[in-house]
Design a protein around this ligand. Structure first.
Ligand SMILES: Cc1ncc(COP(=O)(O)O)c(C=O)c1O
Length: 427
């Protein structure tokens, strides 16, 4: 008696999914869809129930109709979902939507931004290979490429983010990968993606760009020749600080040949729930990035004129060393991260003065994340970049008096008032 009829009226679902003409892809449309449209409409794979909001397939495995079909699916001879370590419809929807936004053929979701970089390195590198990486990338990226992959015989060179000649000089016959992040965390240095892509390709190497700060709403690295785009979905793609997630976008060939086999064996998989949160988060990406960038520019301009601040780092400011490049590469917007140095008379009180400004806030969130609609304030030298040696921190230009603000969606007057509490009471 397992199949008793339900005791309440319940429509019998159609056995076949309803036709779904409203899933859009760039390829099947005569004129390119705009990013805002793709963010909402790409990859809506409806089930037979015809739900309007994307469904969440929270399941670890998928039942198979019979052993022969299962054998073909496990062997990759037939399409079909098998096991959520490497195949899940919700994760696939998130991947298709992000690929549509980045303008890449394919995408693979990962459990975090760092596991996307782990997958990148595991997929492309072996002992004896060499990586050239900006010395200003996120602290854990420096550690992963320099120290962890160093243990397995992968060589690395760390170079100036902005000096193309230094990148060129670092390339060796065994260089397989150039890795950049633009703008960088936390100093917002901008590199010339086109110039680095040309260098990489002339050397027979690939260029990977961490696009976490800009997102495809502002910058599509493949347009400038990058081969692979890395994301921490934890940041602006989710946009509300709810989940840890990551992704790697590239050609179908690279994903199929280099990255899916590693994912299947190593399992740095994105959970379906987190994929669903990011999938829904991307629907508001364009409007959030625009609004948060506008607030960040206004905040940066205010900070630049503040008597207690010696320097502001923000690509949207004319004073930023790569302002013109950033405006050309980032759709005319600076992004939503602003960093600044609090004036300090000597290195010893630099940290205390930065701590005073941060600890005086009552509204901003004191945490190390970014990309949230809640404005976040961070002391990079003791948190996100705290595990670096002093020499690595100096090379990255991160001093003890540096503060990073990841601007959210609060009213700017309230953010300024909160920062003024500490800035105005500095001795
Ligand atoms: C630029 C950048 N890339 C990658 C990461 C790592 O992302 P996750 O925390 O999702 O592993 C971060 C985290 O702050 C980041 O700022």
């Amino acid at each position: 008696m397992r199949k008793t009829a339900p005791a309440w009226p319940c429509p019998t679902p159609p056995s076949e999914p309803e036709p779904n003409p409203k899933t859009v892809t760039q390829q099947d449309h005569p004129t390119p869809y705009h990013l805002d449209t793709l963010a909402v409409r790409a990859a809506v794979d409806k089930s037979q129930y015809g739900e309007n909001s994307e469904s969440l397939y929270l399941t670890s495995s998928f039942t198979q109709p019979d052993c022969e079909t299962a054998a073909r699916r496990f062997a990759g001879e037939e399409e079909g979902y098998i096991y959520s370590r490497f195949t899940n419809p919700t994760v696939a929807s998130m991947e298709k939507r992000l690929a549509a936004l980045e303008g890449t053929e394919a995408c693979i979701g990962t459990s975090s931004g760092m596991s996307a970089i782990l997958l990148l390195c595991m997929g492309l590198l072996k002992a004896g290979d060499h990586v050239v990486c900006s010395q200003s990338v996120f602290g854990s990226t420096l550690k992963l490429i320099g120290s962890e992959f160093g243990k397995f015989g992968v060589e690395s060179s760390f170079v100036s983010q902005t000096d193309v000649a230094e990148w060129k000089a670092a390339i060796k016959p065994n260089t397989k990968l150039l890795f950049a992040e633009t703008p960088t965390n936390p100093l917002t240095d901008v590199c010339d993606i086109r110039a680095l892509a040309d260098l990489a390709h002339n050397a027979g190497a690939l260029l990977a760009v961490d696009n976490c700060f800009c997102t495809p709403a502002l910058q599509q690295p493949v347009k400038y020749g990058a081969d692979i785009v890395i994301h921490s979905g934890t940041k602006y793609l989710d946009g509300q600080g709810r989940v840890i997630a990551g992704a790697l976008c590239a050609t179908e060939k690279l994903i199929a040949e280099k990255f899916i086999p590693v994912m299947r064996s190593a399992g740095m998989s994105l959970s379906p729930f987190n994929a669903w949160v990011v999938l829904k988060g991307m629907e508001t990406l364009g409007i959030r990035m625009e609004a948060q960038s506008a607030r960040a520019l206004a905040l940066a301009q205010w900070l630049e004129s503040h008597p207690k601040i010696s320097r502001v780092y923000y690509p949207g400011l004319k004073s930023h060393a790569q302002h013109e490049l950033a405006m050309a590469q980032q759709s005319g917007m600076g992004g939503a991260v602003v960093s600044f140095d609090v004036k300090a008379s000597n290195p010893d009180d630099a940290r205390q003065r930065a701590f005073h400004v941060i600890d005086s806030t009552q509204l901003l969130s004191v945490t190390a994340n970014l990309g949230d609609v809640k404005t976040i304030i961070t002391h990079p030298a003791s948190t996100s970049h705290g595990r670096l040696t002093e020499a690595q921190r100096q090379a990255a230009g991160i001093q003890q008096n540096l503060i990073r603000v990841a601007v959210g969606l609060e009213h700017l007057d309230d953010v300024k008032a909160d920062l003024s509490r500490g800035l105005d009471t500095l001795k």
